[in-house]
Design a protein around this ligand. Structure first.
Ligand code: PEP
Length: 254
């Protein structure tokens, strides 16, 4: 199975830097079918990157969009507009959006519906805070976030999930292999319970939170990890591609 390497560039990189990074990613050779690569650039450079790509690789996505197709929402961009600019995927519910921009389970659910309406593939980000982990609420938080985000959405709708513990994002603190295995196990169980997965197949579940070339191999060896969503280390070709190589190597070792 192809594993997934996704890079969230956040509010970084202009056209020149982004184009150079996209080219370096596109030029990096991996065995055919072993890796699906996606980048989530700032919206302002999305269309330029879409024109730059020689083939549909890496795929492009948006870090955020509004739920509605159009209307009086100053400063916002609809999923349909994102798609027209070249996006195939959309991050939904990233913890920075939940924490810094007041997104909650209800707005995440509305965005999931908007993204699917526009024909984009949602990458639903879920994860517990440190306080929730310390109170041993991780499993409940993941179940609630999944349940609310997917309410009213057909079981066959396209979906990727990213498990991103909030305390590990941008902090340099990575979850241990055991913590990731346990949390991904819960996510898979919950997806199965919701009719969105079985032993035969399930939506890909990515891990995100301070992944770098040093810790990638250990995490990539977990069969529950279908890929990574990478923030800081996705901003340089060397580190991003080294993480991709770790995924490919581990895939071949399974
Ligand atoms: C992210 O923003 O989704 C992320 C995982 O960031 P970082 O890799 O920098 O922790």
């Amino acid at each position: 199975m192809s594993r997934i390497l996704a890079g969230n560039w956040k509010m970084n990189l202009g056209v020149a830097e982004g184009t150079a990074l996209l080219r370096a990613i596109g030029d990096h050779a991996v065995p055919a079918g072993s890796l699906t690569t996606v980048v989530f650039p700032p919206l302002t450079i999305l269309a330029a990157l879409a024109r730059e790509r020689r083939i549909q690789d890496p795929k492009l996505g948006v870090q955020n969009c509004h739920a509605e197709p159009k209307g009086p929402f100053t400063g916002e961009v609809s999923p349909e507009m994102a798609r027209e600019a070249g996006a195939e995927l959309a991050l939904v519910g990233h913890s920075e959006r939940r924490r810094l921009f007041c997104e909650n389970d209800a707005s995440v659910q509305a965005k999931m519906k908007g993204v699917l309406r526009a024909g984009l593939k949602p990458v639903l980000c879920i994860g517990e805070t440190l306080a929730e982990r310390e109170r041993r609420e991780t499993r409940d938080v993941l179940s609630r976030q999944l349940g609310r985000a997917l309410e009213g959405i057909p079981a066959r709708a396209p979906l990727w999930v990213a498990y991103e513990p909030v305390w590990a994002i941008g902090t340099g603190v990575v979850a241990t292999v055991d913590e990731v295995a346990e949390a991904h196990g819960w996510v898979l169980e919950e997806l199965g319970r919701m009719g969105r997965g079985s032993a035969a197949g399930h939506p890909p579940v990515l891990y995100g939170g301070s992944v770098d070339p040093k810790n990638a191999s250990g995490l990539a060896a977990l069969p529950e990890v279908d890929g990574f969503l990478v923030g800081g280390a996705s901003l340089a070709a060397e580190t991003f591609l080294a993480i991709g190589d770790a995924l490919v190597k581990a895939e071949h070792a399974i």
